[in-house]
Design a protein around this ligand. Structure first.
Ligand SMILES: [Zn+2]
Length: 252
């Protein structure tokens, strides 16, 4: 159900994981751990799936703060989420959380999910190519370090399962945009027909430029993986998996 980062696991106050598509109750093309309201999904199945994720992270019944993702650069305050289960906090593409006992998450199916931790604060980031170019990763590091009162050198990052350079064939518009934020040797792999973009590598470069030194890549290419939803492979009917992170109360 979950892929974890060894790097983020070093902080005992942090709980996190990148979900797979396994272990939930959704049916048909959404089988089975779908975490976003898609055509054919039910509120009951979503609630059960989120409950299972929270339980797997040892925060049963926890609030999960979510963003209505827009491929922009808005960073939302995850501390505003209350009550049990998943709660949308409005339009945005990243969330920052400082409140123990709660979770935040971004939902993806080929876009890049990034989880960040710093002492006393965590962030979840959704980076498709538009958000990547607009700078959502660096914006999120800035919001996290401000909330935590630390420098970017204290931030750890896990870059989760996303479409890889093996599969992410892109057009000239995307190539031109990516080259404004990263050199070609980072952003692109030549393809037989069209270039293939490496969105995870571009986001790593952006994080490093923002001062983050400890970065780990977690999980496979989503289009290559039967364990993940992939928009490129399965189209509009597919579900969404999640990058989830939170803080637990540490008893002295
Ligand atoms: Zn692939």
């Amino acid at each position: 159900m979950l892929n974890r980062s060894a790097l983020l696991s070093r902080d005992p106050a942090v709980v996190h994981g990148f979900t797979t598509r396994h272990g939930g109750v959704s049916q048909g093309p959404l089988t089975s751990l779908n975490l976003a309201l898609r055509a054919g999904e039910t509120e009951a199945a979503l609630a059960e799936n989120w409950a299972r994720v929270a339980a797997a992270l040892e925060l049963p019944g926890a609030t999960v703060g979510l963003a209505s993702q827009t491929h922009g650069v808005e960073v939302l305050d995850g501390d505003a989420a209350t009550g049990p289960g998943a709660v949308s906090l409005g339009e945005g593409d990243a969330l920052v959380l400082t409140r123990p006992g709660a979770l935040i998450a971004v939902r993806v199916a080929d876009c890049v999910p990034i989880l960040l931790s710093a002492p006393g604060a965590v962030a979840a980031v959704h980076a498709g190519w538009r958000g990547t170019v607009a700078g959502i990763a660096a914006r999120s590091v800035a919001a996290l370090t401000e909330r935590a009162g630390v420098s970017p050198g204290a931030v750890r990052a896990a870059i989760g399962p996303a479409i890889g350079p093996c599969c992410y064939e892109v057009g000239e518009e995307v190539v031109a945009a990516l080259l404004t934020v990263a050199p070609a040797e980072v952003a692109l792999r030549p393809g037989p027909r069209r270039p293939h973009a490496n969105l995870r590598a571009v986001n790593e470069a952006i994080l490093r430029a923002a001062g983050v030194e400890e970065i780990e890549h977690v999980g496979p290419c989503t289009r290559c993986s039967a364990d993940h939803y992939s928009h490129r492979r399965e189209g509009e009917a597919t579900g969404r998996f999640a990058g989830v992170i939170g803080l637990r109360e540490l008893r002295p």
